[in-house]
Design a protein around this ligand. Structure first.
Ligand code: IPE
Ligand code: IPE
Ligand code: MG
Length: 247
């Protein structure tokens, strides 16, 4: 592991993104195209995550955030939701050791209150196990929604004000940011969505204010490390102006 860490670039490659976020979409269609149940697509999708995580250090990507389950995904059939929850439990159980050994620091964002206790325990344990790692920071968004996150942050902020720990005068963008689930993350530089849909679906709304977006047609279970490298490589050519005019 020590050797792996030596090879890791500490800064992004020239002009490359430091934080890439991915909306992993298209699992259901991938399975349906093969006449198979949607859950099979989710299993195939989960298997893609490892390759993409492994591709990060070589691309100078220090932070990878993936959207696994949205606050709106509870609207799906009970069979699909239960299958996904079981998949998350299995994924964490099976991958924990490997993630730890590969120097990946794993964290979860989203509201844990609605998740079952067994899953939350697995999430907590994986966060603790990998808390000393620094090769790649993998953040998994599970029961995550941008509006829900900002609402929960506002509620906690209001609580601190009511408790007398903060004044309403302290409320600014920076303070609110500290109450978000993502308080430990830099803003994403690049957001990729697979499967051809060109929408955000409630992902990192606050944090992506100045992110670049790439919408690509490939379905998530077909998304390879090569394609990831191509998309990340294309990022450097973009001219990020942040509202200003460049000379
Ligand atoms: C994304 O794939 C994974 C989750 C939302 C859990 P989908 O399940 O949305 O796949 P499509 O969009 O139906 O093809
Ligand atoms: C977004 O995909 C959520 C995840 C990838 C986890 P969806 O498939 O749920 O989004 P919509 O329904 O197409 O907007
Ligand atoms: Mg979808």
């Amino acid at each position: 592991m020590a050797k792996m860490q030596e090879k890791t670039p500490q800064t992004p490659l020239e002009g490359g993104p430091q934080h890439v976020a991915i909306i992993m979409d298209g699992n259901g269609r991938w399975a349906q195209m093969r006449g198979r149940p949607r859950l099979l697509g989710h299993h195939a999708g989960a298997r893609r995550v490892r390759d993409i995580v492994e591709a990060c250090p070589g691309q100078g990507v220090k932070y990878l955030t993936v959207f696994a389950f949205s606050t709106e995904n509870w609207k799906r059939t009970q069979t699909e939701v239960a299958g996904l929850m079981k998949l998350f439990r299995r994924y964490i159980t099976r991958e924990s050791r490997d993630l730890f050994e590969r120097g990946v620091r794993v964290r979860f964002i989203g509201d844990r209150v609605r998740l079952d206790d067994k899953l939350v325990t697995l999430m907590d344990d994986l966060e603790l196990l990998t808390s000393g790692n620094d090769r790649v920071h993998l953040t998994i968004a599970l029961n995550y929604g941008g509006r829900d996150e900002v609402t929960r942050a506002a509620k906690r902020l209001a609580y601190e004000i009511e408790a007398g720990n903060l004044s309403y005068k302290d409320v600014d963008a920076e303070t609110l940011t500290q109450f978000l689930d993502t308080q430990f993350l830099p803003d994403p530089d690049l957001v990729i969505r697979t499967s051809g849909e060109a929408r955000i679906s409630n992902f990192l709304l606050w944090q992506s204010a100045y992110a670049e977006y790439e919408f690509i047609d490939t379905l998530w279970p077909d998304f390879t490390a090569d394609e990831f490298a191509k998309v990340v490589g294309g990022f450097a050519a973009r001219d990020r102006r942040y509202g200003a005019v460049k000379a």
